[in-house]
Design a binder for this molecule. Sequence first.
Ligand code: ATP
Length: 377
Amino acid sequence: MADVTLDTLRKEFDRGTIVAVDDIDLELEDGEFVTVVGPSGCGKTTTLRMVAGLEEPTSGAVRFDGEDVTDIHAKDRPVAMVFQNYALYPHKTVMENMAFGLKMSTDMTKEQRRERVTEMAEMMGIADLLDDKPDELSGGQKQRVALGRAIAREPEVFLFDEPLSNLDAKLRTEMRAEIQKLQKEFGVTAMYVTHDQEEAMTMGDRLAILNDGKLQQVGQPTEVYENPVNKFVAGFIGSPSMNFIDVDVETDGTTATIRDDESGLAFELSGEYVTGRDLESGPYTLGIRPENIVVKEAPTGDETLVSTVEVVEPIGSDNYIHLAINDDFLARSRPDIKPETGDEVGVTFEEEHIHLFDAETGEDVFLSDEEIAAAVA
Ligand code: ATP
């Protein structure tokens, strides 16, 4: 199998007026599962297509095991791709669809191809579908066939482009587990593109988060969740998303107060978050995740702020409490905390989970420049 390196990979369209992929550096270890995630148009598919050999980079290189494959044709790369629309030939049977890739990419005999396909189909639980045509199959079955076809080629690198988007929620969850199991079983390096951060969090050994063609952060799911390097990653990863509020910070280098007059927010930061850090007085965006907010049904006077309850949404294990701060500010609390709409409640932020983002660059000010640089290394 192969490790995959994207070396300052760039793709421009329309004579440079569109920069789809902006000098991305990324390394996938041999056998690693990396999800590439970001909003629509951020450059995920273009990146994947350059690794597949379907799109020529404007500059930069793609390497498999250190070998530059940038100029090698797609069909000569040891990759198999699985697409959202399955890309099955409608007039061929499942057997013929699965065997076709082998015919194109190997010198196996017809008999050998049939044997390999039958073996794969048994493994994937689709052996009884081998004589069917794609339009006789459900979406889940079609995607299993597409997966089986990809695996039958014994690729060194698997490339997935939103393969589960057409399936319903239950099937998607099943297929996620199946894809991960197969990928680990075969030890194939995998790059998996999705716009769905939840999918990215549950599937990847690591996530590569893109925005506007630029790599924002690479890390394990818990790493990017707990230590997002900037406001974009903080807001994109996590559901429900992180709450943001514009604040002013006043500091003398040893103590700091965070304030927002509109919401009445006042918070004294402990010395450990101030001393030895580059925190300066000025405007910031404070970020706090819903589960890191403590709601008290009766304000006690020592909370971060007092707010009015807009709606309480019980989800069984917890309650989502929507508060009248900004447009939508959400606290996730224990199910026994259930204030009524219109109630005034005490709202306290857990200090160790407060993020402060630079008002201009969006970078997390609690991270050093080295930590921010390391996040995309
Ligand atoms: P989505 O999730 O919507 O598929 P994506 O993150 O995969 O989005 P890409 O499809 O890689 O994004 O597109 C990145 C940018 O490049 C977009 O602005 C898109 O419009 C542009 N783009 C992609 N392909 C072409 C092309 N062939 N010609 C011109 N612009 C293109």
